[in-house]
Write a protein that binds this ligand. Structure first.
Ligand SMILES: Nc1ncnc2c1ncn2[C@@H]1O[C@H](COP(=O)(O)OP(=O)(O)O)[C@@H](O)[C@H]1O
Ligand SMILES: [Mg+2]
Length: 376
């Protein structure tokens, strides 16, 4: 046992998990750099754990200053011969480090895990399931909300059932596309062009294309299928992109919704809010609070809280809408682990609503520590 790493009951030990197996690995590293730079070290004992693209958990050093996407090469957690695992030992949740031909070393207990993971195998309920199985507390949504929030098809099913307005779309499974592509093309034509072709379970705009005609459809489908065999194809919606940050309430309080923000993408190089616009070119102007009439602000905050509850989210979620010419909010998606660097929309919206980044991190950890394990 390494004496320096023993958990202190007055100083909860927080394992920050980042990287991961999805195509948003690099984005997750950047988020982790932000959180590790701002988390209160007097209050929490922080252990950063990277997940390599292979899925291996490794201890990483704290210098994450190189973890920026602007530098060109995306940051990456590298595999190591030392694997980190969570194990229940003597009734406590312990971190252990194991290497071939070596006796595993205990690193001490973990009080709460902060999974800063985006995309499949991180934001989709799989890590959450692992943590549930070991009764380990963690920040953010549980298994079901994470899985529904990851799948652009099922989230629409749930939103519609909750009375939220979603745009016209078709879901396309691998079986449908393989067995009857003509039927899929006909369904898409019925939506009218342009359409947005999306992997059902990706993020950061990966694999998404805007398609203006039937001729471009197959290529866009092939591109999206590189990320996911299941797709969602949506009618293009003309509207402003308005987002709202939702934070779970303390105890039995209702969720809290921030002031809404707006994303305006500089037209020209980007026809929509694609990956490059998001992370490389910084081509999108984020403004918060969004310039909206008071009634629309109240309405979108209410809808965002409804969306949070509709999927059974916990901790945090960013809820994204299109605000149409006729003043209607059409829900685009919920993100149960939204971009979380200090400059990301979610923290920015809370900053504009009176909660700064370190306080937000603190609040998320406090929510996770106070919540029950098991069914809740
Ligand atoms: N149906 C749509 N109509 C118009 N624009 C869309 C539509 N769907 C997506 N977009 C554009 O594409 C971006 C990324 O799509 P989104 O569904 O939010 O994917 P991601 O989960 O990767 O963020 C949106 O922010 C928006 O600019
Ligand atoms: Mg989005």
């Amino acid at each position: 046992m390494n004496g320096n790493l023993v958990s202190n009951p007055n100083k909860p030990r927080v394992a920050v998990l980042f990287g991961g197996r999805s195509s948003e690995h690099g984005v997750s590293c950047v988020t982790a750099a932000g959180v590790l730079g701002a988390i209160d070290r007097d209050k929490y004992d922080v252990v950063p754990i990277g997940i390599a693209k292979s899925g291996q958990w490794v201890l990483v050093n704290e210098d994450l200053s190189s973890m920026s996407l602007a530098a060109g090469a995306a940051p990456e957690v590298l595999a190591s011969d030392k694997t980190v695992a969570l194990a229940e030992i003597g009734g406590e949740h312990q971190l252990i480090v194991a290497a071939p031909n070596e006796v595993p070393v205990e690193l001490g207990t973990v009080d709460v895990v902060f999974p800063l993971l985006h995309g499949p195998f991180g934001e989709d309920g799989t890590i959450q399931g692992l943590l549930e199985l070991s009764d380990t507390r963690y920040v953010g949504s549980g298994v079901l909300a994470s899985a529904v929030g990851m799948d652009k098809h099922f989230m629409k099913v749930v939103f519609e059932a909750a009375g939220l307005k979603v745009g016209p779309y078709v879901a396309v499974t691998d079986r449908q596309w393989t067995n009857d592509p003509a039927a899929v093309r006909a369904q898409v034509e019925a939506l009218g062009f342009p359409v947005f072709v999306k992997p059902a379970r990706a993020g950061s705009s990966m694999g998404i294309s805007k398609v203006d005609s039937l001729q471009e459809l197959d290529q866009a489908i092939a591109q999206a299928r590189e990320h996911d065999p299941k797709l969602v194809i949506e009618a293009g919606i003309v509207g402003r992109e308005i987002e709202c940050a939702v934070l779970e309430g303390r105890g039995t309080d209702a969720p809290r919704a921030s002031l809404p923000g707006e994303i305006a993408v500089a037209t020209g190089a980007h026809s929509f809010y694609d990956f490059e616009a998001k992370y490389v070119d910084n081509a999108a102007a984020l403004s918060c609070p969004a310039d909206l009439p008071d009634a629309a602000i109240a309405r979108v905050r209410e809808l965002a809280s409804q969306a949070f509850d509709a999927v059974g989210a916990e901790g945090l979620s960013r809820v994204d809408f299109f605000y149409t010419e006729d003043g209607e909010f059409i829900i685009n998606e919920i993100n149960t682990m939204p971009g979380f660097t200090p400059k990301s929309m979610y923290p920015q919206m809370w900053a504009a609503s009176g909660m700064n980044y370190p306080d937000l991190i603190d609040e998320l950890i406090a929510l996770a520590l106070e919540r029950k394990t098991g069914l809740r």
